[in-house]
Design a protein around this ligand. Structure first.
Ligand code: PMP
Ligand code: GLN
Length: 390
């Protein structure tokens, strides 16, 4: 007889990205749900991977990541954030950012420790905390501004608080932390034993002249931080699942103990390719303008519909309210749009543990112009069919 498995994550279901992408495929919908660009990635980057494979770089590489890649990452960090991290000891290449976040949490957390999490939150955070026996302390950000009220953060800090988990530019809200947020954070953690895990996968995808406030820019914050990045979001190759974590030497030593017996090292030829590509600054410096144009194009198209935009300052995403279209809950309405309009989105309620409803959906605009055009055409048809008053 099969032994009974007691779930370690009894309240965790199938990721909303899987749910909506499967439904989207079933209905041949345009998938503006999961954050996956639909345009081609750099031909040169593909050639460089190919070249590395042909040159025989097909075996394990260094546990921390290929040294030449770590050195190039350190150069980029110095250029962007004026921080001299040591590539030998302070950078680890990981199979994606999700893995790096999980590893950082697992490195720090013991059962009963508390982690401050802002909701709506990227969906991996809470299960990653719970699997470590730790407790997510949830702070709901209020629609439609989703701004952090640092007084509430102060109130939620307890002797058990071990980590504050940050994500800017934010998925799903498109909000970014500003200098004032950083000052408040500094005051709160100063003199405490609180660590920071900072998910900065959208570091370059920031709009309207805003600057990315990386934790790497602030030595007093960096000394207590694990800062996480994803090449998937820099080079639009989300399926390559490769990223990195940056942390001070002493913290990285512990991170590596977890990493080395879980993954050991990442895909070697991709690391060779990235180490020869990363110094092309224009590739990442133009991302803000590139995606801002997509955000604006989509927003212009959407202005013909009854969806109402909520400002997005960064990331691949913009939230839209559908309160003028339907009273249905977000998941049901997202499913209906997928089936009946042929456009898949993500219900933002999925990013709240209590399923908070605001009648908002997340749209991914990291798509070709023609994809966005066709999606909005379908939304308009749906609106007309439903006979909504225009
Ligand atoms: N964090 C956020 C906020 C994300 O949006 C994503 C992916 N879309 C990740 C982490 C995961 O990145 P990766 O695919 O490199 O694991
Ligand atoms: N980060 C992507 C998003 O927010 C999805 C990644 C995933 O499917 N886990 O859409």
């Amino acid at each position: 007889m099969q032994p009974f498995l007691t779930s370690k994550l009894p309240n965790t279901g199938v990721s909303i990205f899987t749910v909506m992408s499967v439904l989207s495929a079933e209905h041949d919908a345009i998938n503006l749900g999961q954050g996956t660009p639909d345009f081609e990635i750099s031909e040169l980057l593909i050639e460089l991977v190919n070249k590395a494979m042909k040159e025989g770089h097909n075996q394990y590489t260094h546990r921390n990541g290929l040294l030449s890649l770590r050195e190039t990452i350190a150069g980029k960090i110095n250029f962007l954030y004026n921080n001299n991290v040591d590539p030998a000891t302070e950078i680890t290449v990981t199979p994606g950012a999700t893995y790096a976040i999980y590893t950082a949490l697992t490195t720090v957390l013991k059962p009963g420790d508390e982690v401050i999490v802002f909701e709506p939150a990227y969906d991996s955070y809470v299960p990653n905390i719970k699997i470590n026996g730790a407790v997510p302390v949830l702070i709901q950000l209020e629609y439609p501004d989703y701004k952090i009220d640092w007084n509430i953060v102060k109130e939620k800090i307890s002797p058990a608080t071990k980590i504050i988990l940050l994500n800017s530019p934010n998925n799903p809200t498109g909000r970014v932390l500003d200098k004032n947020d950083i000052q408040e954070l500094r005051k709160i953690v100063d003199g405490t034993d609180i660590f920071i895990v900072s998910d900065e996968v959208y570091e370059h995808i920031i709009f309207d002249g805003n600057q990315h406030e990386s934790i790497l820019k602030y030595p007093d914050l960096f000394e207590r931080s694990f800062v996480v990045f994803s090449f998937g979001k820099v080079y639009q190759c989300t399926g390559w699942k490769i990223g990195y974590c940056v942390a001070p030497d002493q913290l990285m030593k512990e991170f590596l103990k977890v990493h080395q017996y879980n993954c050991f090292c990442c895909n070697t030829p991709i690391q060779y390719a990235l180490s020869n590509f990363l110094d092309k600054k224009e590739e990442y410096l133009q991302l803000g303008a590139f995606f801002q144009a997509k955000r604006d194009h989509f927003k212009n198209l959407m202005s013909a519909t009854k969806f109402k935009p909520i400002s997005s300052y960064g990331s691949y995403f913009q939230l839209y309210s559908y309160s003028e279209l339907s009273n249905e809950n977000e998941l049901n309405f997202a499913k209906k749009l997928t089936r009946e309009a042929g456009v898949a989105t993500i219900p933002v309620s999925a990013f709240y543990q209590n399923g908070k409803e605001n009648k908002v959906l997340r749209f991914c605009f990291a798509k070709k112009e023609q994809t966005l055009n066709e999606a909005v055409k379908r939304l308009l048809l749906f609106q007309q069919k439903e006979d909504y008053p225009m």
